[in-house]
Ligand binder design. Structure first.
Ligand SMILES: [Zn+2]
Length: 520
């Protein structure tokens, strides 16, 4: 968790002590490491002072101050600096190499790392490449090194975890790869993962959904939610004369937590049971592998098992690699998946419109074969307004087919499409990943524009902002699985501070309306 306000964040991504305490209560968190944004926006020393003052008000908060090397003679000899932080209550520290103009190079941070290792004081490293942090951990094998939500989407994750036993991953949003928890636990055991909320940058319900709706057993979930962190904090060498810091436990998932959780859809996440809401549709998912990173077992049977476990009825798929010229093969694979379970698997047709065969002809072929929507992706290298897409837009509009567009916040250039095609529901994927105001503005102006929510960053407060500014009737749940976790994105919606009816609209009613809108 973070205290204060980060640079460039919307107004609703702000945490003071009362809002942090409300968040701890809501999510049943009994121990939280707290960083102060002021360590980055002001300076490390001042930020640490603000942090230590704030945590004095709540025993559940453990300060996680920023550290600097003494390379420019600012903080004093590193062993003394580390000793002072521990005496002030720190049981973990964090390093921001970019913000603080430093590096992971041993010539600079070596004395600091040695001092931390000597006291076994864990360090969370931000703003650094996964492999660089792993190399740091290898160089100091008795120092617990935490990577905060590494992207690590490529094929480097498992070999590094297997060979670097003092390296830990915090699963705050952005670390949300499909089935990553299950694969890591199976390959490396449950001890290397730490639950992190990311509040107020990201929605705590996202990692909680990711973990509690995973396929792990209860024991592994408890280790990741609670025990791994407590053991790390316990192992810090505080020296006999340092004042003890009370460290509480994480109750999430305990029966005590269940009994105090208010009724509502989120309580089913804690209980690890399917959402009892018939008709949930995942409006944005994919099928098949992707070049950039490993997709772990995402065949039809596996997908259906996961959907059953968490209570999702239908999934709307397009083939991964949606920008590939191999669209015929890609669409055929989606059609094959649909044939395996036509009641629950729906298909988006994709195209590569360099000629009619791969453009409108291919879209028509797929719709005639039973697909119910069109997916366009900027990865194909064409603007959505490119004239080669025009016949496809025209056809989708006539047929009132939903068109899912991958977007990242810049919507101005799409307005001519919104102006012209008023009958096809236009689903803006990853709504709110950037510039949430512009999504609201265009949705207000064009009633066939919908906001599809999937984004692994799970920004805090965006769902509430959309509901408040626009109303839930224009929002859609999507997962981007099997790149990203279905459970993580579902957790975001279930834990959002919105009415239960609004959750039902996002998960069930709006998709149903869009699917019935289609001219058959
Ligand atoms: Zn996608």
């Amino acid at each position: 968790m973070y205290l204060g306000r980060d640079c460039g964040m919307p107004a609703f991504q702000y945490a003071d002590l009362p809002s942090i305490q409300r968040t701890l209560d809501k999510y049943h968190i009994d121990t939280a490491l707290l960083h102060a944004f002021a360590c980055r926006s002001l300076d490390a020393t001042q930020g640490n002072r603000i942090l230590f003052d704030a945590v004095a008000g709540d025993p559940r908060l453990v300060p996680c101050p920023a550290v600097l090397p003494n390379s420019e003679l600012e903080v004093g000899d590193e062993p003394d600096f580390v000793d002072r932080l521990i005496r002030d209550g720190a049981r973990c520290v964090c390093l921001y190499p970019n913000t603080h103009g430093t590096t992971l190079d041993a010539r600079i941070v070596g004395p600091l790392m040695n001092a931390l290792q000597d006291r076994r004081l864990p360090i969370a490293v931000f703003e650094a490449e996964w492999l660089d942090v792993a190399s740091l951990a290898s160089a100091y094998p008795h120092l617990p090194v935490i990577v905060h939500a590494p992207l690590a989407r490529n094929r480097t994750l498992l070999p590094i975890l297997r060979t670097t036993p003092n390296l830990y991953i915090s699963i705050a949003p952005r670390f949300a790869r499909y089935r990553a928890l299950e694969v890591i636990v199976q390959q490396c055991g449950p001890d290397r993962l730490l639950l992190a909320s990311g509040y107020p940058i990201s929605e705590p319900g996202a990692p909680i959904g990711y973990l509690f709706y995973s396929d792990l057993n209860d024991e592994a979930v408890a280790r990741i939610a609670r025990d791994n962190l407590l053991e790390l904090l316990d192992r810090v060498d505080v020296r006999a004369d340092a004042p003890a810091k009370r460290v509480a436990t994480f109750r999430a998932g305990d029966s005590s937590a269940n009994s105090s959780q208010p009724a509502g859809l989120a309580c089913h996440v804690w209980r690890r049971e399917p959402v009892p809401l018939p008709g949930i549709v995942d409006m944005h998912a994919h099928y098949g592998n992707v070049p950039a990173f490993a997709v772990w077992r995402a065949d039809v049977d596996q997908r259906l098992r996961e959907m059953d476990r968490i209570g999702i009825e239908k999934v709307f798929l397009s083939r991964s690699g949606v920008g590939s010229p191999e669209v015929v093969l890609a669409n055929d694979q989606v059609l094959e998946a649909m044939r395996r379970c036509p009641r629950r698997i729906l298909g988006y047709a994709t195209c590569y419109p360099i000629n009619d065969d791969l453009g409108l002809g291919e879209i028509r072929r797929c719709i005639d074969a039973g697909m119910q929507g069109v997916k366009l992706h900027s990865a194909a290298g064409l603007a959505y307004t490119d004239p080669r897409y025009a016949p496809i837009w025209q056809y989708a509009d006539e047929q009132r087919l939903p068109v899912l567009l991958h977007t990242w916040g810049v919507l101005t250039e799409l307005e001519p499409l919104f102006e012209r095609y008023r009958s096809a529901p236009v689903l803006l994927a990853h709504a709110g990943a950037a510039e949430p105001e512009s999504y609201v503005a265009y949705a207000h102006k064009y009633p066939n524009v919908y906001l599809e929510l999937c984004f692994s960053g799970a920004p805090y407060g965006v769902i509430e902002y959309f509901v408040h500014e626009l109303g839930a009737g224009r929002m859609l749940f999507g997962s981007d699985s099997p790149y990203m976790s279905i459970q993580q994105q579902l957790g975001r919606v279930l834990f959002a501070d919105i009415a239960e009816d609004d959750k039902e609209a996002i998960l069930v009613d709006n998709p149903k309306r869009i699917l019935h809108h289609h001219r058959t």
